[in-house]
Design a protein around this ligand. Structure first.
Ligand code: GDP
Ligand code: ZN
Length: 475
């Protein structure tokens, strides 16, 4: 029977360029029927007769296409490769899927894909395979987004979080909270009379307690956002300090390559220099700034302005001091309390001191600031591992260390959680003020729907379009 084969999609699933293998993927009710027209198994069996999820050597050609003048004659073979049929619903899209594993040649793949289209498939749109997995209920929306995060992950930590979300951990937690809200909503809608304490005292109190708990859970998830974003997208680590204390040298050392210009003339690093790297599993952008000091030189003034701006957007500030200056008690700027939680003080040029004297010097400094003080040397590399660990621990306080907890990395999820939290606060206030249950119900519904947007239980075409348009064709 013909099952709307025009809704069967196909695309090259592997990245462009040469490779060992390249895969054309077909998905939809007509996948088998279309594949039968372009592959011929070496075993001679029809593709439809082989067990699902098994690989078979095949000739791939356009021979079977109606329109070829003589089917039996020599239609030039496109490739030979392996074919696998994955019967619905046990496939990526939860539909019938056929994959043609060809040689990794852009030309071969383009031809095979064109043959599939000639056989009745339609070229898939960006993200359409994943979108179908979502629409068919195999994954929730947060998992679909995690597919993209997984593909794009640039660090071990980012990958770990993407895979956690891909497993559905976030979606499950959000659905749990949403189910609780819907139960509460049912109670409220059933008509709890908040004004009549003699009858409904328990109901009202329980409602408040349950609301408080749910709000606390949502707020706990929200607190993971900053660390989550940083782990996924990377942290801005800004190096500040007076001219000549060794900022550029430390940057170079951390990058392990010569990028910034190192000189012994004060004030030569005039521009902010940025460089991305991965420290201890965390992607970071290291930013070197011009020396923060009073100056009349116009070019350097501009550099200093930019350095101040860079410091304001920093996730972490590495404040570099020259140990010799500290020893001579010409100690420059020490951390202000406002940024203490995101600042490390690096006592540089430790190689010029004896170990014992260096340690005492660091101790003295520690009494004068509540930021961690790390003795380092850009010349010998001493202390740089401590710097990396220091950055890591400032970025992932407490809860993140527990590998079990759900971490929110996506700004769309963050916005939805904020919306839910504020609706719940509103509902709470309304109950306390004994405002009509109808108003409370509206806020509870609002909160539940906000959570539903995360998993896609509640969706708009606009949101779906935005999410899936970020994917590549073939995913
Ligand atoms: P910036 O102006 O803060 O960027 O300082 P630079 O990185 O340009 O370094 C200024 C001078 O200090 C250069 O001559 C470096 O070789 C020297 N220097 C930097 N770090 C160290 C260190 O750890 N030990 C010693 N002995 N010299 C250093
Ligand atoms: Zn410099």
């Amino acid at each position: 029977m013909d099952q709307a084969p025009e809704e069967t999609i196909c695309a090259i699933a592997t990245p462009p360029g040469e490779g060992g293998v390249g895969i054309v993927r077909i998905s939809g009710a007509g996948a088998l029927q279309i594949a039968e027209k372009v592959v011929r198994l070496r075993s001679g069996l029809p593709l439809a007769s082989v067990p699902s999820h098994t690989l078979h050597l095949a000739d791939i050609s356009a021979t079977g296409l109606s329109g070829s003048s003589s089917p039996s004659a020599v239609a030039a073979p496109l490739d030979e490769g392996l074919v696998v049929y994955m019967a619905a619903p046990r496939s990526y899209t939860a539909e019938d899927v056929v994959e043609l594993h060809c040689h990794g040649s852009a030309l071969v793949l383009a031809r095979v894909c064109a043959a599939c289209i000639a056989a009745g498939a339609r070229l898939a749109r960006a993200g359409e395979f994943t979108k179908r997995a979502f629409l068919n209920g195999r994954i929730d929306l947060s998992q679909a987004e995690a597919v993209l995060d997984t593909i794009r992950a640039k660090s071990d930590e980012g990958l770990r979080l993407a895979q956690q979300q891909l497993r559905g951990d976030l979606g499950r937690e959000v659905e749990r909270l949403r189910a609780r809200l819907l139960t509460l909503l049912a109670h409220v809608e059933a008509g709890i009379d908040f004004a009549d304490e003699s009858i409904e005292f328990v109901g009202r109190d329980e409602l408040l307690r349950s609301l408080k708990e749910t709000t606390a859970s949502i707020e706990a998830m929200l607190t993971t956002c900053r660390s989550g974003r940083v782990l996924r997208e990377g942290a801005r680590v800004v190096i500040v300090g007076r001219p000549n204390v060794g900022k550029s040298s430390l940057l170079n050392r951390l990058l392990q390559e010569e990028r910034a210009i190192v000189t012994s003339i004060p004030g030569t690093t005039r521009d902010v220099i940025e460089e991305g790297t991965v420290l201890d599993g965390v992607p970071v952008t290291l930013v070197d700034t011009a020396g923060l000091r009073e100056t009349t030189d116009e070019v350097e003034q501009q550099g200093i302005q930019r350095a101040k701006a860079a410091q304001e957007e920093a996730d972490i500030i590495l404040q570099v001091l020259d140990a010799a200056e500290v020893a001579a008690d010409r100690t420059p700027e020490l951390p202000e309390d406002a940024v203490a939680g995101r600042r490390l003080v690096l006592l540089n040029k430790m190689d010029l001191f004896g170990e014992e004297r260096g340690r005492r010097l660091a101790e003295v400094l520690r009494h004068r600031t509540n930021a961690p003080v790390i003795p380092v040397s850009a010349v010998t590399g001493v202390g740089l591992d401590d710097v990396k660990q220091g950055i890591r621990s400032l970025l992932s306080p407490g809860s993140l260390e527990s590998r079990e907890s759900v971490v929110v990395t996506n700004v769309r999820h963050q916005a939805a959680l904020q919306q839910a939290a504020s609706s719940l606060q509103q509902a709470y206030a309304s109950i306390e003020a004994r405002i009509a249950p109808e108003c409370v119900a509206v806020d509870l519904r609002g909160a539940a729907d906000a959570l539903g947007e995360i998993t896609g239980a509640i969706t708009s075409t606009e949101v779906l379009e935005r999410i899936f348009s970020e994917f590549c064709i073939g995913k």
